[in-house]
Design a binder for this molecule. Structure first.
Ligand code: ATP
Length: 227
């Protein structure tokens, strides 16, 4: 179910430069003033959110794709309309809030519906990210998304940063965090891209197998080492 939610809430691509800047009206952007986007990713329980918070502590902005998706499905009326057209009024509850559980149930065994839902949500998140990016002033910004490699978003990033940890450690951490059973976490994990494939694709890797202090140290070294 977690994977399902992530699939529903992860965006696809940034606008291309051609799309972002119209032909004659807008001057060419100064490449030095465009922030470099680092894609931050990791499987379930890897510690990517913890790392994202450290990154913010170190003064760099982080765009949380999944969190933003959860917000815009409620705030963007155009999006709400499209989702309702696809899934019916029950996609939103009596208070008008997006009903994740109902939506997840509807699309769980229906790949076509899931695909069509993603085609509605992903572009909206992409635009939201672009708007966010334009407001950033730091030279480095981070985009946290669980599906960086699955959706090939790494191709749109300056670099990718993967957080990984041994399976048993990740399972234990998620069991503690979410009150799930070993098997439940393992099932989610098995549906995600294998860690070895992610490690192969990533530009930078943080191995989060020890403790929080070590994770913070590694994060600091990696982000200030990005050239
Ligand atoms: P998900 O994709 O499932 O949301 P995540 O990759 O964002 O997970 P976190 O939520 O950052 O992972 O971490 C999972 C849990 O493990 C959290 O409860 C976090 O506090 C804990 N944790 C992360 N890293 C460490 C560590 N080095 N030592 C101890 N606990 C950790």
């Amino acid at each position: 179910m977690r994977r399902l939610a992530l699939m529903m809430f992860s965006d696809i691509n940034f606008l291309t430069m051609e799309e972002s800047y119209s032909e004659n009206l807008t001057p060419e952007p100064d490449p030095l003033s465009v922030p470099k986007v680092i894609g931050l990713t990791g499987g379930i329980g890897s510690g990517k959110t913890t790392v994202a918070h450290f990154i913010e502590e170190f003064g760099f902005p982080v765009y949380y794709s999944d969190d933003r998706a959860k917000t815009i499905v409620n705030e963007d009326n155009g999006l709400r309309l499209k989702i309702t057209e696809l899934l019916g009024n029950e996609a939103y509850d009596a208070h008008g809030l997006y009903n994740r559980k109902t939506v997840a149930e509807k699309v769980f065994n229906n790949n076509d519906l899931l695909h069509r839902l993603n085609e509605i949500i992903h572009p909206a998140v992409r635009i939201d990210f672009e708007n966010w990016l334009q407001r950033q002033t730091k030279y480095l910004v981070f985009k946290e998304t669980a599906l960086l490699f699955e959706l090939k978003l790494n191709r749109e990033c300056y670099k990718s940063l993967l957080i990984t940890a041994e399976d048993n450690i990740r399972i234990k951490r998620v069991m503690d965090r979410d009150n799930k059973t070993y098997r439940e976490v393992q099932t989610i994990m098995e549906k995600q891209m294998p860690e070895k494939d992610k490690v192969r694709l990533a530009d930078c890797v943080i191995h989060n197998n020890t403790n929080i202090d070590d994770l913070k140290d590694q994060t600091e070294k990696v982000i200030f080492g990005i050239e």
